[in-house]
Ligand binder design. Structure first.
Ligand code: SF4
Length: 275
């Protein structure tokens, strides 16, 4: 049975809060930093809002100082589709570790054609071969945290230097470690310079079923590995099929006490100073 899609959820008064698709001019950019209290208030407000409403707010607030980061899991694709249909033209980037499945690389090209956009690939400073020379072969077998830091966290950090808002496809249902995410969060990016970064998770409330209903309904290209039993897809050497009944991300880093690659955990949350 199909589940209701929260693409255009009603507002608190029951009205539809989203405007129809139209070409939007690049919005006025407000660079005033958001305080933790303002972010908390926004998070409460966004609990009532659709994914589209949240994306529209971010587009008006940040314009192209915001960007969508995706590894082409289902939720990220839904979010890009909603944005494109409503002329919200956030840049899109992905992390290409040099160790992705061939199917994932092929999907990137298919998605660029489907959405009519270029997806920027962020690559590590070290090739896989250079990493092997410096840290030894197959670092992911011995120290996956270091491998993820080199191949994912550092390229992402470089990218976030030039952004004020990082938009993700994280969902609360994905795993225990993601069950408490906010729709909007504020992180300390660089304490010395005072730079913070807003992280937006407009897909937080979506279930896996809602994501896949949307993808099928709109005919969005997706990774064929999902049809072969992979629920969450990362680097080929660290991804296995997840057993049914387990977390969606249970097939990642099997054999290690590791559930996140680090890109969602390396920044400290910004909190109010409390006495
Ligand atoms: S997922 Fe595995 S191979 Fe990919 S960067 Fe992390 S440890 Fe390395």
């Amino acid at each position: 049975m199909k589940t209701a899609l929260p693409e255009i959820a009603p507002g608190a008064d029951g009205s539809r809060t989203s405007t129809p698709a139209e070409r939007r001019p690049l919005p006025f950019l407000n660079h005033e930093p958001l305080s933790p209290a303002a972010v908390r208030a926004l998070d409460e407000r966004f609990a009532e809002c659709s994914t589209l409403d949240v994306l529209q707010w971010a587009w008006e607030r940040f314009g192209r100082r915001g960007a969508i980061g995706t590894s082409f899991q289902g939720a990220g694709l839904v979010m890009i589709d909603i944005a494109r249909r409503h002329k919200i033209e956030f840049p899109v980037f992905t992390l290409d570790t040099g160790l992705l499945f061939a199917e994932t690389l092929a999907l990137k090209t298919r998605l660029e054609d489907f959405f009519g956009l270029q997806i920027e690939s962020l690559t590590p400073d070290l090739t896989v071969e250079q990493q092997a020379r410096i840290h030894g072969p197959e670092l992911w077998q011995r120290n996956p945290d270091l491998c993820c830091t080199v191949r994912k966290v550092m390229p992402l950090r470089d990218k976030l230097c030039g952004l004020d808002c990082w938009i993700t496809g994280l969902r609360r249902q994905q795993s225990a470690s993601r069950s408490g995410i906010g729709v909007i969060e504020l992180y300390v990016f660089d304490e010395a310079s005072g730079k913070d970064i807003v992280k937006l998770n407009p897909m937080a409330r979506w279930s896996r079923e809602q994501v896949w209903d949307y993808i099928r309904e709109k005919g969005i290209p997706y990774n064929p590995l999902h049809d072969r039993g992979y629920k969450s897809i990362g680097c080929e050497v660290c991804t296995q099929k997840a057993l049914s009944g387990k977390d969606e991300r249970a097939g990642r880093w099997t054999g290690f006490n590791k559930v996140e690659c680090g890109i969602h955990t390396f920044l400290p949350k910004k909190v109010d100073f409390e006495i």
